[in-house]
Design a binder for this molecule. Structure first.
Ligand SMILES: [Zn+2]
Length: 115
């Protein structure tokens, strides 16, 4: 749906085409980065009790990162979490229309045509 080039708070770059999807290299002490680290630790704990993907509510930071690039989420967005490997967590978000958010797609249909 749209590209997320960087964190709106610290300007840290998103790693494009990363299998984890929403993966940003936050600058030191970025509030989003600290929140993401805490969520990652909580997800890693949860993964030890799970087999396969699970759903949880999106965090405020996840919502803010996506909404900063124009992704419209539902009122109570959920995130699908899946560990591809023991260290690679993939989060899948769906927008308010129920479509999967593709952070690596170009922002507009015109960009696709003009390649
Ligand atoms: Zn940041």
């Amino acid at each position: 749906m749209t590209r997320l080039p960087a964190c709106p708070l610290c300007g840290g770059p998103r790693l494009p085409d990363h299998p984890g999807g929403l993966v940003i290299r936050h600058r030191q002490r970025c509030r989003h980065g600290l929140a993401e680290l805490a969520r990652q630790a909580a997800d890693a704990d949860e993964a030890r009790t799970r087999v396969g993907p699970w759903l949880r509510p999106a965090t405020w930071t996840e919502r803010n990162l996506l909404e900063s690039v124009g992704v419209q989420l539902s009122a109570e967005p959920m995130v699908e979490v899946l560990y591809l490997t023991p260290s690679v967590r993939r989060r899948t978000f769906t927008d308010a229309r129920g479509e999967v958010v593709d952070l690596d797609a170009d922002a507009s249909p015109e960009a696709e045509v003009n390649r």
